[in-house]
Design a protein around this ligand. Structure first.
Ligand SMILES: Nc1nc2c(c(=O)[nH]1)N[C@H]1C(S)=C(S)[C@@H](COP(=O)(O)OP(=O)(O)OC[C@H]3O[C@@H](n4cnc5c(N)ncnc54)[C@H](O)[C@@H]3O)O[C@H]1N2
Ligand code: MOO
Length: 414
């Protein structure tokens, strides 16, 4: 069976289910996805407050002020940030006020201290009489209540990932707890009898195992800590047993290797007995052989090809959207940018070409990209892939790319 990448993603997304909801304190919520909208509990700002350290005044009192002819006001008090006071200000009076402090009800402008002259030599601040050297319109240097966010307005929709800025917005608007979906429990198994730990002595035929670091790292970049990271030999019976055990306590199992047509391709063989798992070829390069589906034990399995770049591309195209969908994320795709190719490269007209590229912004040409690996041999090129920060996605039918052409790219840096 051969399908397009889009068809395979749709098949997967039709089958993955949303994970349970839970309540968390916003201090623990970073990286989670909201299960319901969050409303502002109060306006932002809460009340009219000062944007400057200076003097709260009546604008009419300083309307004619200039350096040559300062307006002279009596200083009757001080409102630091955190003060609950609302001192009265009669005509001809002012109150020292600090940034963020509530503007007294009688004031309608704030004069920054830099636009005043004090009444003492040792301080910019006046104790009794302040001279204002510039006029200010009504509202000057006042941050109005609710000008940023109205009370009760939606601060974040369901399906939003809670990043740093969003969490700060929620905290500022008085939100203490949020309803999110829990993170998927994911196990990673790198299969292959030729694989040894990085740095271990290597006999002929043996290579360092890198896919488990790749996949667990890609998971971490999505905010998911793998619950198990294992290496398995190419033996079908123990592997099938391992999958059955993990299927009962994980939401997702990601394996790499062993999905080709080879005699030792044990993952494909172990999954043949799973009715809800399909093995197929996807019209994508690299990443053609794929197995995916729900195991009888409950977990969803992604059996990715072993070639390291094929595994990375498969994760990007098929696993990432599924993990986001399970968390209820509204947006499953990446932002697609247009970049100018800096060199020619050979395309794959009958398949989606997902080429690891180095994307950068150039002063004169905007976004530009260059292949990070030789486009003729991508799937095993783990070294070059390490330098990439994105993928060029060249659709079916487009074929070769010529230098200067614009190509769609996604950036994969966290
Ligand atoms: N006769 C055919 N042979 C192959 C086909 C085909 O259609 N017909 N497809 C090729 C393609 S495309 C791919 S992709 C691979 C898929 O193979 P497997 O998933 O079975 O992967 P392996 O054979 O286990 O490994 C491939 C390659 O990657 C290295 N590898 C595997 N795991 C790791 C790891 N954890 N860390 C580092 N490197 C790893 C492995 O040593 C192999 O070199 O099949 C092609 N063959
Ligand atoms: O599909 Mo394979 O992933 O080209 O190397």
């Amino acid at each position: 069976m051969r399908v397009t990448a889009e068809e395979h993603v749709s098949w997967i997304l039709e089958r993955v289910t949303a994970l349970p909801e839970m309540d968390v304190a916003i201090g623990d919520a970073h990286g989670y996805t909201l299960a319901e909208p969050v409303l502002a509990r109060h306006p932002l700002p809460l009340w009219d407050n000062s944007a400057m350290d200076g003097y709260a005044v009546r604008a009419a009192d300083v309307s004619g002020a200039s350096a040559d002819s300062p307006a002279v006001l009596r200083v009757t008090g001080e409102v630091p940030a955190g003060s609950t006071a609302d001192p009265g200000i009669a005509p001809g009076e002012s109150v020292r006020i600090m940034t963020g402090a509530p503007v007294p009800s009688d004031a309608d402008a704030v004069i920054p201290v830099e636009l005043t002259l004090g009444d003492r030599e040792d301080s910019a601040w006046a104790k009794e009489l302040v001279r204002v050297i510039r006029a200010a319109p009504v509202g000057a240097n006042i941050r109005r209540a609710a000008e940023d966010t109205a009370a009760g307005s939606v601060l974040a929709e369901a399906g939003t990932r809670l990043g740093a800025a969003r969490l700060a917005a929620l905290a500022a608007a008085g939100v203490a707890r949020v309803r999110v979906r829990r993170a998927p429990r994911v196990a990673v198994i790198a299969t292959g009898s030729e694989l040894r730990a990085p740095g271990a002595p290597l006999a002929r035929g043996q290579i360092p195992e890198s896919n488990s670091l790749l996949i667990s790292g890609l998971l971490r970049e999505l905010g998911i800590d793998a619950v198990e990271v294992r290496h398995s030999a190419d033996e079908a019976v123990p592997l099938a047993a391992e999958l059955s055990t993990l299927a009962e306590r994980c939401d997702v199992i990601i394996t790499t290797g062993g999905v080709g047509p080879g005699t030792h391709d044990v993952v494909r063989i172990a999954l043949e007995r799973e009715p809800e798992v399909r093995a197929l070829r996807v019209a994508v390069r690299p990443g053609q052989p794929q197995c995916a589906g729900r195991l009888a034990g409950g977990a969803f399995i992604f059996a990715l090809p072993g070639n390291p770049v094929s595994a990375a591309v498969s994760f990007e195209l098929f696993v990432r959207p599924a993990l986001l969908a399970m968390q209820g994320r509204a947006e499953l795709g990446r932002v697609v940018h247009q970049a100018s190719a800096e060199t020619d490269w050979r395309g794959t007209e009958d398949r989606l070409q997902v080429l690891p590229v180095i994307v950068r912004s150039s002063a004169d040409a905007g976004l530009v990209c260059v292949p990070a690996v030789n486009p003729r041999g991508v799937s095993h090129a783990v070294g070059g892939h390490g330098a990439s920060n994105g993928y060029a996605m060249i659709g079916i039918g487009r074929g070769d790319v010529t230098a200067g052409e614009t190509v769609p790219v996604v950036l994969v840096t966290p």
